[in-house]
Design a binder for this molecule. Structure first.
Ligand code: C2E
Ligand code: MG
Ligand code: MG
Ligand code: MG
Length: 290
């Protein structure tokens, strides 16, 4: 009896495994076709400086709209794209689209600002990554100083020499380098000395409860101090409330990004924000910080 029960359970377990595997397979098959079917698009989320009230940069965030699966979250398909190696092709598409869009906005005489593109650690395994970036910049006619790369600490986990060389070359061209999700990935700080970094991006997990959790506030303060001593810029991501914005501002972190300022926007929604100044912290009655 018990044995039978056990068998049944095993059987059920097996079935649900199959369901998961086939879901993954369907996702993988769809993902392979997504590029030629033009199912990817980008949203843009501004990064603002509350001292000047200006957008300093805007981050390109990839979206996948599939007829069968609907709108798929990056959290669901980026890891799959990494595992299958498709991130190489997708990453180049994101870069080209973001650079071309930035150039188009510059030609339309919006104030020039950087476009930030996320790069997966996996992309740093390509030996000619810097060549690829340089080629895309040339093809889209974008000055390298208007490009920012967001990389995570994970890039230091393998092929360190190639990664350092690649980032050096891009930095020498004038590309801005930011460490995304700072403080969540890799426990050694020594990589900061090896890389040509411009900005530390405080991860949203330290920002979420910053007004109520003294530990989070302490970590954010430490990152801000570290950035200041190393003469790097610092930005906080995932800022959702005025309280968080005010606290970060009082800690001398004047660059911020998050729903409080703006959600990621589509190509039509973003341009009106590019001329906006009303994120200044010193505006009368700081409700206008938004
Ligand atoms: P990330 O680069 O750390 O981006 C921040 C994520 O937080 C984005 O999610 C963004 O929409 C979300 N976010 C922004 N402001 C707030 C806020 O105030 N509150 C909260 N709760 N969330 C906020 P998204 O777009 O779903 O992207 C998730 C991750 O997927 C990104 O994290 C990035 O690691 C990855 N990703 C997105 N686009 C690309 C891409 O083109 N290439 C690569 N390699 N990775 C990408
Ligand atoms: Mg990012
Ligand atoms: Mg981030
Ligand atoms: Mg993050």
């Amino acid at each position: 009896r018990a044995k039978e029960h056990g068998r049944n359970q095993y059987h059920l377990y097996n079935l649900s495994m199959n369901a998961q595997t086939s879901k993954r397979l369907a996702m993988e098959t769809n993902l392979r076709k997504a590029m030629e079917r033009e199912e990817f698009f980008l949203n843009y989320q501004p990064k603002v400086n509350v001292k000047t009230g200006r957008v300093v940069s805007f981050e390109a965030l990839v979206r996948w709209q599939n007829p069968e699966l609907g709108l798929v979250e990056p959290k669901q398909f980026i890891p799959l794209a990494e595992e299958t190696g498709m991130i190489i092709q997708l990453g180049e598409w994101v870069l080209r689209t973001a650079c071309a869009q930035n150039r188009a906005w510059q030609e339309a005489e919006y104030p020039p600002m950087r476009v930030a593109v996320n790069f997966s650690p996996r992309q740093f395994q390509i030996l000619r990554l810097a060549d690829m970036v340089e080629r895309v910049l040339a093809e889209t006619d974008l000055d390298p100083r208007w490009l920012e790369l967001e990389v995570t600490e994970g890039i230091m986990l393998q092929n360190v020499e190639n990664t350092v060389t690649t980032l050096r070359r891009l930095s020498d061209l004038g590309v801005h380098i930011s460490i995304d999700d700072f403080g969540t990935g890799y426990s050694s700080l020594s990589y900061i000395k090896k890389l040509p970094i411009n900005t530390l991006k405080i991860d949203q997990s330290f920002v979420n409860d910053i007004t109520t959790n003294p530990d989070d506030a302490a970590i954010a303060t430490a990152v801000i101090t570290l950035a200041q001593s190393l003469r790097l810029s610092v930005i906080a991501e995932g800022v959702e409330s005025e309280g968080q914005a005010r606290l970060l501002d009082s800690l001398e972190c004047s660059e911020m990004q998050g729903y409080f300022f703006s959600r990621p926007l589509n190509t039509a929604e973003f341009p009106p924000l590019m001329n906006k100044l009303h994120w200044r912290r010193d505006m009368p009655n700081n409700t206008s910080i938004h």
